[in-house]
Design a binder for this molecule. Structure first.
Ligand code: F6P
Length: 320
């Protein structure tokens, strides 16, 4: 393998830059030419490709976002689009492609390798932590810390006003951001798609808490369940306690990556290059029990994420 390409695709995540850095420097260390592809699969289709060197990735390990930029591409979802992408890769002499992104980006890589002679390796970069084959995705830990920081601040004002505070967090259909920050932030209630919730129970918990002397109530709501504004109105109607909604939105995707995300990204980036050197393709790298693993991409995409019942139950016990 003489030349490889690297791109970031889908929603950005803190730590993507650390992963790019690891890919570029490991590749160069192994005598491989590394091409950076800008704006995800869109940039690939447009030939937005340039050679990277050690200094192209200087001073980025601490930066959020992605220096390669990112995009979601409709054209690449078609077989004609992928054929065009394959031709572009051939023109640039790229034999192996490393894709940093989430499940949609992995599906693109899977199809490209199925249909054409290109080797692909996926690195999980998404704040959602919604990929079943890996314990953690790059960006999740930083997003947790961003949410926690916001929760701590909300707690101050909610306590002063003795209000209920609902915080809506990202995650698409996955409740991990809400669950982990709910536990770490001492939330009274966590609402995630993986667990059924009962509105009457929620209101009863709030009222009982008030009777026991709780000065405020914090509810962590995963976006996959519903909107915080509507829920706040309903809670206020039923409990009579002032309720405010905060939608954290894209702030969760920014910021300097935590040590955990930088180390994870560095390990996974390096391993992705090694796999290409070993002649592997259609694999995704991840972490299980603190060991770097790689899994067949199709198998990884078909795996169903287990729900974290233990954490959810623990958060419930501790919130009382
Ligand atoms: O997948 C990452 C994510 O931030 C999700 O948590 C969220 O639902 C979505 O992307 C938002 O997408 P966009 O950046 O297109 O608004």
């Amino acid at each position: 393998m003489k030349t490889i390409g690297v791109l970031t695709s889908g929603g950005d995540a803190p730590g993507m830059n650390a992963a790019i850095r690891a890919v570029v420097r490991t590749g160069i260390d192994k005598g491989i030419k590394v091409m950076g592809i800008q704006r995800g699969y869109n940039g690939l289709l447009n030939g937005e490709i340039f050679e990277m060197n050690r200094t192209s990735v200087s001073d980025i390990i601490q930066r959020g976002g992605t220096i390669l930029r990112t995009a979601r591409s409709d054209e690449f979802k078609t077989v004609e689009g992928r054929k065009k992408a394959y031709n572009v890769l051939k023109v640039f002499g790229i034999e192996g492609l490393i894709v940093i992104g989430g499940d949609g980006s992995f599906t693109g890589a899977q199809k490209l390798s199925d249909e054409f002679d290109v080797k692909t390796i996926g690195i999980p970069g998404t704040i959602d932590n919604d990929l079943a084959y890996t314990d953690y995705t790059i960006g999740f830990d930083t997003a947790l810390n961003t949410v926690l920081d916001a929760i701590n601040k909300l707690r101050d004002t909610s306590t002063s006003h003795e209000r209920v505070s609902i915080v809506e967090v990202m995650g698409r259909r996955c409740g991990d951001i809400a669950l982990f920050t709910g536990l770490a932030g001492g939330a009274e209630y966590i609402i995630i798609p993986e667990r059924e919730y009962n509105f009457d129970n929620l209101c009863r918990t709030i009222i009982e808490g008030k009777v026991r002397g709780k000065v405020h109530n914090l509810i962590l709501l995963a976006e996959g369940v519903g909107g915080a504004e509507d829920m706040a109105k309903k809670i206020e109607e039923v409990t009579g306690i002032q309720t405010r909604a905060t939608v954290l939105g894209h702030i969760q995707r920014g910021g300097s990556p935590t040590a955990f995300d930088r180390i994870l990204a560095s390990r996974l980036g390096a391993r992705a290059v090694e796999l290409l050197v070993e002649g592997k393709s259609k694999r995704v790298v991840g972490i299980k029990d603190n060991k770097v693993i790689d899994v067949d991409i199709t198998e990884a995409l078909n795996m169903k994420k287990e729900s974290n019942d233990n954490l959810y139950d623990l958060a419930q016990i501790l919130s009382y």
